[in-house]
Design a binder for this molecule. Structure first.
Ligand SMILES: [Zn+2]
Ligand SMILES: [Zn+2]
Length: 269
């Protein structure tokens, strides 16, 4: 099945520009240097029995603090499921902005499933206590359900496989879908996960900056993994203000590039 992957945000946790910063990238006039918090949208048309009656489906990976703005920009009018990589603020704090979409989903088919590992579910339950507490009574709470993330999950005909990666000392989730994969906040890729990343057309990998960080890959580390995995095209995301779009891309191989907000690429799901 053919679909698309859209970068809703490609910035690091603070976003770019970073508040109060006057560096060259934060003050750059290049729109590619404006990066919201990291998230992607996967869209496809689910084939129906009657030709021409396919239904548009969409899955979002992570709902960070910029989710509302990103959804407006990308024209998101429905979300069929959300998958969470981990429970850090830059990946989850926009969950509440699913509310209007969840009311629509509820009328059509039921609550929006949110797939996450147990530690991420625990954080979501704590932060959004007014949504998930069994006795929650807030009338306008999001109509969403927390679903334990399995090794493989199928959403309207598209399978998402969990790809375990390390984020500092934390085990977090990357995802493979068809011939594409999304791995963010990566500091190490376990050997066993490389086997899940064979034969990719599109690889998205986080690459923070040049200076080492305890829980994120540098551009150089990410480049090494990208070359080992050997996807036809690799896009870097979760980018800090240390990396200017144009000047960094000039240093990279032709099939490895910094992604940017709003970029949409075709994927085979
Ligand atoms: Zn992050
Ligand atoms: Zn993180």
């Amino acid at each position: 099945m053919e679909g698309s992957l859209t970068f809703l945000g490609t910035g690091t946790s603070m976003g770019v520009p970073s508040l109060g910063c006057a560096c060259a990238v934060c003050t750059s006039a290049d729109p590619h240097d404006k990066r919201l918090r990291p998230s992607i949208l996967i869209r496809w048309t689910e084939p129906e029995t009657e030709p021409g009656t396919g239904v548009e489906r969409s899955v979002v990976i992570d709902t960070g603090p910029d989710f509302r703005e990103q959804a407006l920009r990308a024209g998101i009018v429905r979300v069929d499921a959300v998958f969470y990589t981990h429970g850090h603020a830059d990946h989850i704090l926009g969950m509440d902005d699913l509310r209007p979409l969840s009311f629509a989903a509820m009328r059509e088919s039921g609550p929006i499933p949110l797939y996450a590992a147990p530690d991420t579910i625990a954080i979501l339950e704590k932060i959004f206590d007014y949504t998930f507490r069994p006795d929650a009574t807030y009338i306008n709470r999001a109509r969403v359900t927390l679903e334990p993330l399995e090794a493989r999950t199928t959403v309207h005909g598209v399978e998402l496989a969990r790809v375990p990666v390390m984020h500092g000392a934390q085990h977090i989730s990357g995802f493979r879908f068809g011939r594409a994969a999304y791995l963010t906040d990566v500091s190490a890729i376990p050997e066993s996960s490389f086997a899940l990343l064979e034969g990719l057309d599109v690889l998205v990998l986080s690459a923070l900056r040049h200076v080492p960080h305890p829980s994120h890959a540098t551009l150089e580390q990410a480049l090494g993994w990208a070359q080992r995995i050997g996807a036809r095209q690799t896009w870097f995301t979760h980018i800090a203000h240390d990396l200017g779009h144009e000047e960094t891309n000039r240093t990279l191989p032709a099939n490895i590039r910094l992604a940017y907000d709003g970029l949409s690429v075709p994927v085979t799901l």
